[in-house]
Design a protein around this ligand. Sequence first.
Ligand code: NDP
Length: 429
Amino acid sequence: MKRNVLIIGAGGVAHVAAHKCAQNNALLGDINIASRTLGKCQAIIDSIRQKGSMQQPGHLQAHALDAMDVDATSRLIEATGSRIVINVGSPFLNMSVLSACIRTGAAYLDTAIHEDPRKVCEPPPWYANYEWKRRQECKDARVTAVLGVGFDPGVVNAYARYAMDTRFDRVDSIDIIDINAGSHGRYFATNFDPEINFREFVSTAWSWENGEWKANAMFEHRKDWDMPMVGKQTTYLAGHDELHSMSHHLGVPNIRFWMGFSEHYINVFSVLKNLGLLSEQPVRTARGQEVVPLEVVKAVLPDPASLAPGYTGKTCIGDLVRGVKNGRPTEALLYNICDHKSCFEEVGSQAISYTAGVPVVAAAMLIADGSWDIGAMANVEELDPAPFIALMNRMGLVTRIRDAEGDRVLDPQEDAAQVPEARLSAAAR
Ligand code: NDP
């Protein structure tokens, strides 16, 4: 049984992850939080204490760390006795943190694909450029590494796998739909790290169509959806991490990611992009100073964590899965609704950070109790989705299903009692 957690990063997602670890410290043990800025880790600890989030008295400590430094990260893992590392720092850190985990034997979790700061939109599948190259190393070292276990990527991968296991003989398409129908009241802000947010959309929007990668321009394809709770919403086809593993593992010919954008976001984004302010390549100012435009834009925009206090409205993120069951066309929407205000009341965060921070801690708990401690590298769709969905239902992220039977909470245990395939799938586990 693995215990003691090291959280890397002290941003919005780390804030939620730390609160959720604290709420489950009977299973997870010691909690250590490490980031470049010690004060940010300490602020998270203060918030945990102020909210009374600790399930039981236990160890909670802040550390200053440059997680690009593999030696320093390995030393901290050893010194804190951490057996599980939750990497929710910037995606530029993934490879160095993974190296430290392989060196020390600690389990590794992250919520986004590794990125090289000087490269945008590398060839698909993106996991093959970095993470998957280290699969054998993880296997040899018996290191559990669960990749991309936020909401998207993460929960949406589990939804796809669960739907395929229990509801379909053949799946023809998976449309992942991500709607934030909330309002933060600022002129312009991104809901997570602006640098990472813009990097997602400045280049080719890859989609998986008829079993092949298709290159689309951003904002080229628009689609309106009628979603539960948030109603009719406009989305655009975008590239996203989960397509790069789901296309590889699931054998589904069409997998697309649709993200909701307001006209205002598109206008501001287009102006910034057309001016060259979203470039990841350095430029030199008249005074001879070298700056990366994208980093400057990040520096002047609101810190996503600061949006939480006034945020209202809900997110709705899910998978619309279409295929065939018993010779008949079938579809199911597996989804979650998350309320910004409720997240703030519980842990002091907005829903985007919450929906990413809860799943990564649920995954850590499944590693701690052994269910997901596989001693190898895996994307979420390769793992048993039922205990993950069941655990998140108890942790504040409730899964619902809308299909021909209606719209209801999806409890994998109850589902197994009613749906023969869910029972068979559960028995096979
Ligand atoms: P933030 O930008 O708020 O936080 C990133 C943190 O990483 C900061 O605290 C920063 O340090 C820390 N960091 C950066 N470089 C280093 C370094 N060299 N050493 C140590 N710490 C470092 O990001 P978010 O919390 O919004 O997002 C965190 C991760 O979650 C990102 O990878 C993001 O892409 C992902 N994400 C995933 C989602 C999903 O659903 N899958 C949804 C939302 C986000 P400091 O502040 O101390 O200077």
